[in-house]
Design a protein around this ligand. Structure first.
Ligand SMILES: O=C(O)CCC(=O)C(=O)O
Length: 245
C-alpha cells in the first residue's frame, strides 16, 4: 500500500522522498572513501566546472565502499522504481553532483537531452527513466538543496518552463537528511541552487531505465570485475555498466 502511494506520488508530483531510509554506516563509509577522490577532482577541475559555475558532475567509483549493494538493490526503492516503470529496469548511471564555492542558481531543466520521438516532443509517455538520489552529507538550503517544480513532468515542456519563469508554478526546495532518498521523474523541472557553505555538497544519483532505453548522457565508471563477480545473478541482471579489469 505504501509502495503504491509512493508510485502514485511519483506519477502525480514527479518525485517522492523516503525519509531515513538508508542506514548511515554505508553512507558514512562511502563519503569517507569518496572524499579524497572528490577533492582531487575538484582541484583538477577548479577552472573547468562541467555543470555551470562552481558546479561539478563526476562519475562515482564502483570500488566498495563507494559502491554498496544496498544503494542499488534496496527492495523498497526498487519496488517503487519498478512500480513506476516495469520489473525489468536496469541501473545505467552512478554519479555525483557537487555544487561548490561560486555556484549559483541553474536554469530550470529536465534531465534528458532529446525527446524519445523527435517529431512529437510533448507526447505524454509513461516514465522510462527514474533517478534515485541521496546526500553523502545533509542537503540543506545553505549547501544547495535542489529546487523541484512538482507536476511539471506532466506538462508540455514550454508550458512548464513558462510557468516556472513566471513564478506560476509551485517550487519545492528538497532538503535531505543523511539517509533520506529522493526518487525523481527526470522530466520534472528542477535546478541546482547555490552552495554558500565553502564545503562541497555531494548528492549521488543512480539512474534506472527501462531495459530497452539507452543513451550516453552522463559519464560512468566501469565496474571492477571482482565487484561484478561479487553480485548475485539477479543483481547483475539489474545493472548495465561496462565491466573493467
Ligand atoms: O546538484 C543538484 O542539486 C542539481 C544538479 C542538476 O540538476 C544538474 O546539474 O543538472
Amino acid at each position: 500500500m505504501i509502495l503504491q502511494q509512493r508510485v502514485a506520488e511519483l506519477h502525480e508530483r514527479g518525485f517522492c522522498i523516503l525519509r531515513g531510509h538508508i542506514p548511515k554506516p554505508p553512507i558514512d563509509a562511502c563519503r569517507d572513501a569518496f572524499w579524497p577522490v572528490l577533492l582531487d577532482h575538484l582541484n583538477r577541475h577548479l577552472a573547468s566546472p562541467n555543470r555551470g559555475p562552481g558546479r561539478h558532475f563526476l562519475p562515482m567509483p564502483f570500488e566498495p565502499p563507494c559502491f554498496a549493494p544496498e544503494f542499488f538493490f534496496d527492495a523498497e526503492v526498487l519496488g517503487i522504481v519498478r512500480g513506476a516503470m516495469d520489473d525489468r529496469v536496469v541501473a545505467d548511471q552512478w554519479g555525483c553532483d557537487v555544487p561548490t564555492d561560486g555556484s549559483d542558481y541553474q536554469q530550470f531543466h529536465a534531465d534528458y537531452q532529446r525527446p524519445l520521438f523527435a517529431e512529437a516532443p510533448d507526447l505524454p509517455l509513461p516514465a522510462y527513466m527514474s533517478t534515485v538520489s541521496f546526500g553523502l552529507v545533509p542537503i540543506t538550503t545553505a549547501n544547495g538543496a535542489m529546487d523541484i517544480a512538482p507536476g511539471t513532468h506532466r506538462m508540455p515542456r514550454n508550458d512548464a518552463l513558462r510557468a516556472v519563469t513566471a513564478a506560476e508554478a509551485e517550487i519545492e526546495a528538497v532538503e535531505l537528511e543523511l539517509g533520506d532518498v529522493l526518487i525523481r521523474h527526470p522530466w520534472a523541472l528542477h535546478r541546482g541552487t547555490p552552495n554558500r557553505t565553502g564545503i562541497p555538497r555531494p548528492l549521488v544519483t543512480i539512474r534506472y531505465v527501462r531495459r530497452w532505453y539507452a543513451d550516453n548522457s552522463r559519464e560512468v565508471n566501469p565496474i571492477p570485475r571482482h565487484v561484478w563477480q561479487s553480485l548475485s545473478p539477479e543483481q547483475q541482471s539489474a545493472m548495465r555498466f561496462p565491466i573493467g579489469d
